[in-house]
Design a protein around this ligand. Sequence first.
Ligand SMILES: [Mg+2]
Length: 231
Amino acid sequence: MVKAIVFDADHTFYDIDVKKAYDVMFSYLSEETGLDSVLLRTVWRRHVCTILKSERSQDLNRRKREYVLDMALNQLDVDKKKIDDLIKCALELFWKTVVENLSEKSNTVATINRLKETGRFVMIVASDEYLQPLEMKLNKIFGDWKKYFDFVISSDIAGELKPSVKYYDLVAEKYGFEPEDFVFVGDSWIRDLEIPCGVGASTVLISDKKEGTPAYFIQDISELEKILDVN
Ligand SMILES: [Mg+2]
């Protein structure tokens, strides 16, 4: 009997288009520093690539947007006294634009609402987004995420990015449930489901493309109601 549902967030509940957010962020930085926005973006991208290729690519601090922007602005000789404020404002604009452009995947809020209303399941979000932007995104889609979810795990809470067994360990420890009490739901086999499947939890892949060996493969989140026998 399933006691808890653990949902991924990005591309499971909503689609994200960050292109516009990056455009807004780099044009702000360009205006404030007088530097060409293409140059800013090129230097920033080079640092992102270096980090992703390095041995410490999973290091949460180095993956922070603040960290990479700081490296890029320093390299471009931006006044050190201004860098912290510039990054803060640039990222506020970035996240505001990301959230404005989120789009709910079909039937998400209605399905989550029906699952919650049964009172049968502990409802959990396990995302490797950082907590603050994760809450902004969830609130944009659900109004107040706390109305629907009992527990949220972010990358800063887990201390690691996905795929990591920490996300499973944290929910198992918190609720004292066995693996078979959980169903994990996500859009990526490798990031969201392979590890829970390996420990014995049930898994549901929501995607247009089948990958891995999930217990269930669906294309719309509303199909969860049938899987979980919710009427
Ligand atoms: Mg995802």
